[in-house]
Design a protein around this ligand. Structure first.
Ligand code: DOR
Ligand code: ZN
Length: 364
């Protein structure tokens, strides 16, 4: 870490100038709808082949029909792009509620309409009010999912007001995930956007039915970056950034090559004024520079050899999908690579994640 806590390059940089990888996928992405969808779609579609699309729209994506319609809107936004981006494949999810119909869900999965189901504890994050209050109320749905091999993606935080916001992930593991795992030993579960050493240790202690996604921002910033010397609303996300020791545990897991850890950007666009507000929205819009940030992190950890596993291999393996056939090349530039500070969205802007350190890798 540098003096300000941001990552610093190792004294000797790798001589490697180019890195060719299987084209990556993003296993956790918010694309929203309408004008925001049109504004952000290229940022993901240019660098990624596929992405697991989060269903927390207003109203949420709760039925097979909703997922089919949303997939169509995403495909139509992609059709306006050029080159490989036109062929970006949205992998749809359903938003789990206490009213979810298991028959509709299993049929949607069998028909290839959805790849996963998303559990939001009610009130845990953006647009989660329709989520699950009582986890046991959805056990019959989880039973059907386990039988059919449908993946459950989880926002792993409790919402109990008595639990401190920095402890909500660790308490979720104890109170919700551990009993869930005992009840459903073969349910394929992804603990999303893990932010703690506790989350990493939990996943490492489990079988091949348990995986986890990690975001680029949780790998490069911690709560000091958000709060020391002024409050930086563009670093506010959920689960909230934790202390540096947790950040270091995440970097170690991501760069280890362990197949249970893979990329989910959690790129979550909000227009700038809704984040720069007295009560700002949670979410980091990182899609434009994710691969540059990750190459920098892996290089600093002397683990560039494991980058392809993290971004292109571990995810499809867990989801039972083929690896992409296309490739991308990242090149190390002498000069720092720059990204626009914002993206235009109608009369508004969306602020792009600032990793706070020079990035030297770019997709060519
Ligand atoms: O920071 C976040 N933003 N975390 C989430 O879980 C949801 C996301 C959003 O939808 O904005
Ligand atoms: Zn998310």
């Amino acid at each position: 870490m540098g003096d300000n806590g941001f990552l610093r390059y190792p004294a000797t940089l790798s001589a490697l100038k180019e890195l060719t990888l299987i084209r990556p996928d993003d296993w956790h992405l918010h694309l929203r709808d309408d004008a925001v969808l049109d504004a952000v779609i290229a940022s993901s579609a240019e660098d990624f082949s596929r992405a697991i699309i989060m269903p927390n729209l207003v109203p949420p994506v709760v039925t097979r029909k909703d997922a089919e319609n949303y997939r169509q809107r995403i495909r139509s936004a992609c059709s306006k792009l050029t080159g490989a981006a036109q062929h970006f494949e949205p992998l749809m999810t359903l938003y789990l509620t206490e009213q979810t119909d298991p028959v509709d869900l299993i049929a949607a999965h069998a028909a290839g309409v959805i790849q996963a189901v998303k559990l939001y504890p009610a009130g845990a994050t953006t647009n989660s009010s329709s989520g699950v209050h009582n986890i046991e109320a959805v056990y019959p749905v989880l039973e059907a999912m386990q039988r059919a091999g449908v993946v459950l993606c989880m926002h792993g935080e409790v919402t109990d007001p008595d639990v401190d916001i920095f402890d909500r992930e660790a308490v979720f593991i104890d109170r919700v995930l551990t009993p869930l795992r005992t009840a459903f030993p073969e349910l394929r579960m992804v603990l999303e956007h893990v932010t703690t050493a506790d989350g990493v240790a939990y996943v490492q202690s489990q079988t091949q039915y348990q995986a986890c996604t990690l975001t680029p921002h949780h790998l490069v910033i911690n709560r000091n970056h958000m709060l020391v010397g002024g409050i930086r609303p563009h670093y506010y996300c959920l689960p909230i950034l934790k202390r540096r020791e947790h950040q270091q545990a995440l970097v170690k897991a991501a760069t280890s090559g362990d197949a249970r850890f893979f990329l989910g950007t959690d790129s979550a666009p909000h227009v700038t004024h809704t984040k720069e507000s007295a009560c700002g929205c949670a979410g980091v819009f990182n899609a434009p520079n994710t691969l540059s940030v990750l190459a920098t992190v892996f290089e600093a950890a002397n683990a560039l050899d494991n980058l392809e596993a993290f971004v292109s291999k571990n995810g499809p393996k867990f989801y039972g999908l083929r690896e992409n056939r296309e490739q991308i090349t990242l090149r190390r530039e002498t000069e720092a690579v720059t990204f626009p500070d914002t993206l235009t969205c109608g009369d508004e802007t969306i602020t792009v994640f600032d990793p706070g350190m020079p990035l030297h890798w770019q997709v060519v």
